[in-house]
Ligand binder design. Structure first.
Ligand SMILES: [Zn+2]
Length: 239
């Protein structure tokens, strides 16, 4: 059966993809501008400037990373999970872009590296989820009857506040390393991450951003909650 694809977005052309591939391969000329370990069940916020590369690593083993991003000069312009899902698909990898909210609706990041294997899984499940909403105190309350559990919504909010950035636009995340799908009864499900210790994703910033991440304290991490390593690189020669 013929299907339509997104809104007809054609993606990046071969020349642009080749430029990003070269950037991902050229790790020797990078300059580290931030290298931070984020403790398990906590969050962190930090700027990533246009042209820089952000690497998020499963340094301790598989760990889901809830990712938020904002235009650094306007927190009302932020990552738009729904638009990105429509344009790029339900699970992202190299060559996909993260899009911002209206009215600018522009690329915020391009994924340039992803070391997580994409093995065939039931119901077409895959890594790097754009289906699930971020976990929150109330979501855990519905599930467990407790409203005091660590959660991504609180982690992202606290991280932005600690960085001195407005936290009024915390939004549904790009769930890096989370393996998800939709079953035959149209229910969402998740599997243990396919990511292994040392796996990482790299995102190239297309605009000046403030990023907030949460080491998801949920039960989507397979064998327990862990920390994540975030590294920001300057890729511009001589910068
Ligand atoms: Zn979470």
């Amino acid at each position: 059966m013929e299907t339509t694809t997104g809104y007809g977005y054609q993606g990046l052309d071969a020349a642009v993809l080749a430029r990003f591939a070269a950037m991902a391969a050229d790790t020797a000329s990078r300059i580290v501008v931030l290298d931070r370990y984020v403790e398990k069940e906590t969050g962190s916020a930090f700027p990533v400037r246009q042209g820089q590369v952000l690497r998020i690593s499963c340094c301790d083993g598989p760990q889901v990373c809830d990712f938020n991003a904002f235009a650094i000069d306007d927190p009302a312009e932020h990552f738009w999970s729904g638009r990105t899902r429509t344009l790029q698909g339900a699970h992202l990898s190299v060559g996909d872009r993260l899009w911002s909210t209206e009215p600018k609706m522009r690329p915020m990041f391009t994924i340039i590296a992803d070391t997580v294997p994409r093995d065939p899984l039931p119901h077409n499940a895959a890594s790097h989820d754009l289906i699930y909403a971020r976990c929150s105190a109330r979501a855990w309350g519905l599930r467990y009857g407790r409203f005091d559990m660590p959660n991504c919504n609180t982690n992202l909010t606290r991280a932005l506040q600690a960085a001195g950035f407005p936290a009024t636009h915390v939004h549904d995340a790009f769930n890096i390393f989370m393996t998800t799908g939709i079953d035959e009864k149209h229910r969402l499900f998740f599997l243990p991450p396919q990511a292994r210790q040392g796996d990482f994703m790299e995102l190239h910033a297309e605009i000046d951003t403030m990023v907030a991440i949460s080491c998801c304290p949920g039960d989507c991490n397979g064998d327990g909650n862990k920390g994540l390593q975030v590294t920001v690189y300057d890729t511009r020669p001589g910068a």
